[in-house]
Design a protein around this ligand. Structure first.
Ligand code: T3D
Length: 258
């Protein structure tokens, strides 16, 4: 069985981290395969949203710790530069919305890969752990970038150092994630959200993502210029014409992602 399951349905790419007996911890094979699948998502125009989840009871327990002590394993340098950094970069640069559907524990790199997605939802019983300090590491996979921006410096600092386990409801309260669903509702509700994202004007969402990516390093003046530039591009899309036309005709819009 492959460590990544991949299926395209109704314009959504469903990517499932699939090492359930290890809580979907990343080994090299899984990390490289995920990169391939994200590339496929970027290149196939029929894909308009990506749904990233984990098989079984966990989302992802971060790095497979058995692999780090394996003398034939990739080693720390390659784990970051060839596994996690390219995954996070691909997710942030993918010109389509990526939803992380966290159905169980998300720890270490698993937590931070979830948090770099565009929309993060979780089941009530899911949890998030910056597990790094427990084994003498620092938060990677963008943790030191995204976490303070999501929940503020103080909470990010405390969670990174203490490695507390945060339940989904608290994560939602803190602004770490978008929404929590009851466990029974979670699969259907999170897939419905992916369906909604796939039906929105895909190019406008891509421009929105590009603007948000840039916002943390830009001055207000630079950001206003970028918004102007991207808004011109959005206004040239067919979906923009359809959005305006459907409003004037008092009917639901039918966006095609073009
Ligand atoms: O060199 C580097 O490491 C650089 C890369 C760093 C990136 C990172 O992600 S560092 C952080 C790595 N992750 C962790 O430290 C988390 C380790 N896991 C845990 O602390 C716990 O498993 C959890 C809190 C996530 C969940 O606890 P629990 O009690 O629900 O499950 P469990 O019983 O601990 O785990 C179930 C199985 O999954 C178990 O296998 P077994 O005994 O049934 O055969 C466990 O060993 C396995 N497992 C869970 N996490 C990992 C793992 N196996 C390998 N690596 C893991 N990370």
């Amino acid at each position: 069985m492959s460590s990544i399951l991949f299926e395209i349905r109704d314009q959504i790419a469903f990517i499932t981290l699939n090492r359930p007996d290890k809580l979907n911890a990343f080994n090299r094979e899984m990390a490289l395969l995920l990169q391939d699948k994200l590339d496929e998502c970027a290149s196939l125009p029929e894909i308009r949203a990506v749904y990233l989840t984990g098989a079984g009871k966990g989302f992802c327990a971060g790095q497979d710790l058995a692999e780090v002590v394996d003398p034939s394993g990739p080693g720390m340098k390659r784990i970051l530069s060839e596994h996690y950094n390219p995954i996070v970069t691909r997710i942030r640069q993918l010109p389509k919305p990526v939803i992380a559907a966290v159905g169980g524990v998300a720890a270490g790199a698993g937590a931070n890969i979830a948090l770099c997605c565009d929309v993060v939802v979780a089941a009530q019983s899911a949890s998030f752990i910056q597990a790094f300090s427990k084994i003498g590491l620092i938060p990677d996979s963008g943790g030191t970038y995204f976490l303070p921006r999501l929940i503020g410096w103080q909470k990010a600092s405390a969670l990174s150092m203490l490695g507390d386990k945060i339940g989904a409801a608290e994560a939602e309260r803190m602004g770490m994630i978008y929404k929590v669903y009851e466990d029974g509702e979670f699969p259907e509700a999170s897939r419905a959200l992916a369906t909604k994202l796939a039906g929105l004007p895909t190019r406008a969402l891509a421009f929105t993502k590009q603007a948000l990516n840039a916002s943390s390093i830009h001055s207000l003046e630079e950001q206003l210029l970028l918004e102007d530039e991207l808004q011109q591009q959005a206004a040239a899309t067919k979906d923009y014409s359809e959005g305006v036309q459907s409003f004037l005709e008092k009917r639901p819009a039918s966006f095609k992602g073009s």
